[in-house]
Design a protein around this ligand. Structure first.
Ligand SMILES: C[S@@+](CC[C@H](N)C(=O)[O-])C[C@H]1O[C@@H](n2cnc3c(N)ncnc32)[C@H](O)[C@@H]1O
Length: 287
């Protein structure tokens, strides 16, 4: 049993719930442990829910994340929970909070939940469970959708943002130490892209290799190699920072765009250290 698992187990035992939940440990199932209100608040702050969006909490416990998203942001949410008694409790909590029209709960295995079209997924599950959920998140959620996890990561898929804080009232873990992790589902940037920038070298080619949101990019203009100094893919938002010789002068170029399908639409800011100009930028995927 891993340390984190043991700590969760110990907390359940202290709370007098070990009898009901000791089944969890043999099959790797996550027990019911609540996220304290401050953690829920921080998770939602990272996810930035909007009224028109849909949120799903995988393993919703007493419903607090879905209820808080509905109460504070008017977000429609679904909590899926394996334990029917917790589903009943969550429904009652939603009724008491006056958000039963927005906050729904179903007794269901989280692995049987359709995540297509969902904007935000929240979870407080054990690391091994996160790893099993990960392929579903990447496959079913659209680029730009957000995933927020309390405490545990998803292996090689590093988070886009991570906050660490101490939450003394936390029922598990050492000294209330808490991590909240945010991922954005990355758009598919892999491949060869071209764009035409008359007056800025002419035809540009970008070759991009991708693992999750991490990019390895190579840029050439008119057959000359440029140096890609930085890149970032945040959902559909792509940034590339390129330096090199353009028309006999060293220039820095910041390409920014929204990646949808085989097109990137945005702008490029070209500077030579003194002056800068910004102009539209479009790139098309060739393969
Ligand atoms: C650590 S609690 C988190 C509760 C709530 N999301 C929160 O943050 O306060 C994890 C919850 O997941 C539920 N759970 C565990 N395995 C599940 C599964 N396969 N499908 C649905 N729910 C599951 C547990 O019953 C428990 O209520």
């Amino acid at each position: 049993m891993k340390l984190a698992h043991w700590l969760m187990f110990a907390a359940c035992a202290v709370a007098g719930k070990a009898g009901a939940q000791s089944w969890a440990w043999d099959d790797g199932t996550t027990p019911f442990v609540v996220s304290p209100p401050e953690v829920v608040e921080r998770m939602l702050r990272l996810a930035e829910p909007k009224a028109a969006e849909r949120l799903v909490d995988l393993g919703s416990g007493d419903g607090r994340i879905v209820i808080e998203a509905a109460r504070r942001f008017g977000t429609r949410g679904l909590g899926v929970e394996i334990d029917p008694s917790l589903v009943a409790r969550a429904r009652e909590n939603a009724r008491r909070a006056g958000v039963e029209a927005l906050a729904h709960f179903e007794a269901r295995d989280l692995f049987e939940t359709d995540l297509r079209g969902v904007d935000i997924v929240t979870m407080y599950l054990l690391p091994d469970v996160n790893l099993k959920v990960m392929p579903r998140l990447l496959q079913d959620l659209k680029p730009g959708a957000r995933v927020v996890s309390h405490d545990y990561g998803m292996g090689a898929w590093t988070p886009d943002e991570l906050i660490e804080l101490t939450v003394p009232e936390k029922p598990v873990g050492p000294a209330g130490r808490t991590r909240i992790l945010l991922w954005l589902i990355p758009a598919n940037a892999q491949g060869d892209w071209t764009s035409d920038l008359p007056g800025a070298g002419g035809e540009w080619t970008f070759r991009i290799a991708q693992q999750y949101q991490k990019l390895e990019a190579d840029a050439q203009v008119a057959g000359r190699q440029m140096m890609v100094r930085g890149s970032r893919l945040r959902g559909e938002e792509l940034k590339l920072v390129v330096t090199g010789n353009l028309d006999g002068r060293v220039r820095n170029l910041l390409f920014r765009g929204l990646l949808r399908g085989d097109r990137i639409d945005g702008d490029v800011t070209i500077s030579d250290g003194e002056d800068s100009t910004t102009r539209p930028w479009t790139a098309t995927r060739k393969r």
